[in-house]
Design a protein around this ligand. Structure first.
Ligand code: 3PG
Length: 306
């Protein structure tokens, strides 16, 4: 079988080496399309692939139309808002993700941004500490759990809200359970977002919610830019000089921030939460193993388009 790794943002070389070991051992052929610039390159590369590994690459009906032999696509990562699942089903392509494999890297980036901001971007000016501050985890999945673990080490007071996770699970991680999203935002100086982008969550982080945050509020977004209502975000920045926004990937309204709010935001130029060698190895190898296993035994454990 031909397994294509199609990544507009390439994996670390060490990850590719290990992915190749998995596919070679199973007798499959590995093809690479890395750092491609145009979708036409993806359309050409996928034409004879039986399986495909992607990251945030868009797997659209157009890509699936071009992939005449494709049987399985694995998103090496957690969020699968880049996969058109109904189109996968219509094309009889099994779609999977690899939940949990890159979560620690994302949690570490959230803290890196928080620390950098708290120390004024290493400017030499007096900053602040994380110890004793309140941290709210909006959604408590794999990244949320790592966040709670790291926050404990920093001596933060951690709260969480997640309607899909039981109180028991949250309490085991030592976080205070909030019954509503309003309670979380009212209690926490830092709020870190860890929900997927879907019809329910898009633009759900809005002005009404943000205005509940206490003084020196810091919103940390390593989830997706789409979950933010940017109009509401700009409104709160217009009203509150104490507000900060740290985001792994630039918002659409970046130009306004650059013009008006210098020093009050951090935006990564390219989504880099999962951009570590370890996360690339974990997610890439898991994806390769899931494909090998699917071809060998039909295992559909991580199938998304059920
Ligand atoms: C994920 O959903 O797993 C992360 O956002 C990582 O995305 P990336 O593989 O494009 O870096």
């Amino acid at each position: 079988m031909k397994i294509l790794v199609a990544t507009e943002k390439a994996f670390a070389p060490a990850a590719i080496k290990l992915i190749r070991e998995v596919t070679d051992a199973a007798g499959h052929q590995l093809a690479l399309l890395e750092n491609y610039k145009d979708v036409s390159e993806l359309l050409a590369a996928v034409a004879d692939a039986d399986a495909m590994i992607v990251r945030s690459d868009l797997v659209t009906a157009q890509v699936l139309d071009a992939a005449k032999k494709l049987r399985i696509v694995v998103r090496a990562g957690a969020g699968y808002d880049n996969l058109d699942l109904p189109a996968c089903t219509a094309h009889k392509v099994v779609a999977m993700n690899t939940p949990g494999q890159n979560s620690n890297a994302v949690a570490e980036l959230a803290f890196e941004m928080m620390l950098y901001q708290a120390r004024g971007g290493f400017s030499g000016k007096s900053g602040s500490e994380l110890r004793g501050k309140t941290l709210g985890l909006h959604a408590f999945g794999n990244v949320g759990k790592y966040m709670a673990e790291i926050a404990k080490g920093f001596g933060m007071d951690v709260y969480a809200f997640d309607p899909f996770v039981t109180e028991d699970v949250m309490k085991k991680s030592g976080v205070k359970v909030c019954k509503s999203v309003d309670e979380l935002y009212s209690a926490c100086q830092y709020v870190s977002l860890h929900m997927p982008a879907n019809d329910k969550t898009k633009k759900s982080i809005n002005y009404e919610l943000l205005k509940k945050m206490p003084k020196e509020a810091v919103l940390v977004n390593t989830a997706r830019k789409e979950v933010i209502d940017e109009e509401g975000l700009l409104k709160i920045f217009g009203e509150r000089p104490d507000f900060r926004y740290l985001s792994d990937v630039e918002p659409d309204c970046k130009a306004v921030f650059e013009e008006k709010y210098k020093g009050k935001f951090i935006f990564t130029a390219k989504k880099m939460g999962a951009q570590t060698e370890e996360a690339n190895i974990n997610a890439g190898v898991a994806a390769a193993r899931q494909i090998v296993d699917y071809f060998k035994t039909g295992n559909e454990k991580f199938k998304l388009n059920k």
